[in-house]
Write a protein that binds this ligand. Structure first.
Ligand code: DLL
Length: 435
């Protein structure tokens, strides 16, 4: 039977959710306008006042917010409450540029814990579970976010944090962890070390995993499920909005339910900023309407996805977003063709390769090249040279037919690619170094 953490919201009629969103949006706009000079000026420049925003229908009158806004006002410029009311700070550095900082009041932390508790409950977790949190603890939101949700549910929370994989295995075995929270790439690394220890999924007790913070495909999901003996659930979020728990997967696994009582989603055309009709793919834009310390309106996530309002068999009425299909800034344009790392991952995994791969893009004499480096298993590696060449070719053909451009393939010895304990680095774009 489906269980909910807050059924009154998770299964509320659409009109109720919409009315709640409108009420909270109006309040958030007013708070932001009155308390954050940066936003007030931005709204004034756009010619909007809080009186213009009366419901969700008026949302698109508000200006967008960007990562650059957070950088320009670093570290405290977007706080809507005095610093003394802020009880926690988190930050994210991203791959480039100055880090961005998010503040939380006590109430913000409470709401965040609710959001994560909903995700855990949807994965079948309750107070009888032992939740093993291997997301990094610290300024990154993953560790403490999942921790807050697990604590709120009353589960036995194990704050292992990431790294020291050998110790993770010992704890998984000895503490009887039933739920694992970490990045999907780290889950596979844990599985790898488990097997290196001569152990299998039958030696541990996991039943579900809540994986997110980086893109992963359904093929990767199947590998994790098979190797760790659990059901793998997706969870989405970003530091700027709250951290993990902006959206979460239910047992149906047909998208992630957005916690719409706290976050309003829009899908826009990243070029024009126009709001797209339901079902069209575009950039996800979120407004965090209940946060006290760090409310944010129409934040351009750069994540590309689709939302669907269709009824979900789990009974939740919250809209669903697809797995992010890439990022507007992650999309590789190689010889004019758009390539998403996730497409490459799908091909690799569907042909039985492990999820240990790297995509190297380079430019020589104005000519872009793309090389997919992937590890192969030990038995394949000891194959004849002929066998390896054939494999490489088969993969090159599959990539070409999917991507529409040729990619070189390099098969690597097992263990060559550095394992990550957090977000995996998949793409090395050498062209950027030339900029
Ligand atoms: O990664 C928050 C988080 C922690 C989410 C733990 C889930 C689990 P940031 O470090 O700010 O926050 O990175 C946010 O990561 O814009 C996406 O591009 C990506 N991302 C997050 N979750 C997913 C997911 C955390 N489930 C950025 N699938 C976002 C794909 C994801 N990408």
């Amino acid at each position: 039977m489906t269980r909910y953490y807050q059924p009154e919201i998770e299964t509320a009629p659409r009109e109720t959710i919409r009315a709640l969103q409108s009420e909270r949006l109006v309040d958030a706009v007013r708070r932001i306008y009155n308390n954050v000079p940066f936003y007030r000026e931005k709204m004034q420049r756009a010619g909007v006042t809080p009186d213009d925003i009366r419901s969700v229908d008026d949302l698109d009158r508000l200006p967008f917010s960007y990562k650059q806004d957070l950088r320009d006002t670093y570290p405290y410029g977007l706080l809507a409450v005095p610093l003394r009311d802020v009880v926690r700070l988190h930050a994210s550095s991203g791959t480039t540029g100055k880090q961005i900082v998010a503040g939380y009041t006590r109430r913000d932390l409470d709401i965040w814990a609710d959001c994560c508790a909903r995700a855990l409950t949807a994965a079948g977790c309750d107070e009888n579970d032992v939740v093993h949190v291997s997301y990094g603890y610290g300024l990154f939101t993953g560790g403490l976010g999942a921790d807050g949700g697990a604590m709120k549910l009353g589960a036995t929370t194990v704050p292992v944090s990431s790294g020291n994989t050998q110790r993770q295995i010992t704890i998984l075995q000895d503490f009887g962890s039933t739920i694992l929270c970490c990045t999907p790439s780290y889950a596979l690394h844990i599985a790898e070390v488990l097997h290196q220890n001569g152990l299998t999924k039958d030696d541990i007790h996991l039943k579900a995993g809540i994986f997110g913070a980086e893109p992963w495909t359904n093929e990767m999901r199947r590998q994790i499920e098979e190797q760790l003996g659990l059901k793998a659930f997706d969870i989405y979020g970003l530091t700027e909005i709250i951290g993990p728990g902006v959206a979460f997967e239910c047992g149906e696994q047909t998208g992630m339910h957005i916690n719409e009582d706290h976050f309003i989603v829009e899908v826009i055309d990243p070029e024009t900023g126009r709001v797209l009709p339901e079902g069209e793919q575009g950039e996800l834009v979120f407004s965090a309407i209940t946060k006290e310390a760090f409310p944010i309106l129409r934040y351009r996530t750069r994540d590309i996805g689709v939302i669907s309002r269709g009824k979900c068999a789990c009974g939740r009425t919250l809209v669903k977003m697809s797995k992010p299909r890439g990022r507007t800034d992650d999309m590789l344009i190689v010889r004019g063709v758009n390539v998403f790392p996730s497409q490459i991952e799908s091909v690799l995994l569907s042909l039985g390769y492990p999820a240990n791969y790297r995509i190297v893009v380079d430019r020589k004499a104005n000519n872009d090249s793309i090389e997919v480096q992937v590890e192969i298993s030990n038995d394949v590696f000891s194959d004849t040279v002929r066998g390896l060449t054939d494999r490489g070719r088969q993969l090159e053909d599959a990539l070409k037919s999917l991507l529409g451009i040729a990619a070189r393939v390099k098969l690597l010895e097992p263990g060559t690619i550095e394992r990550s304990t957090g977000k995996a680095v998949r793409v090395i774009d050498k062209r950027k170094l030339l900029d």
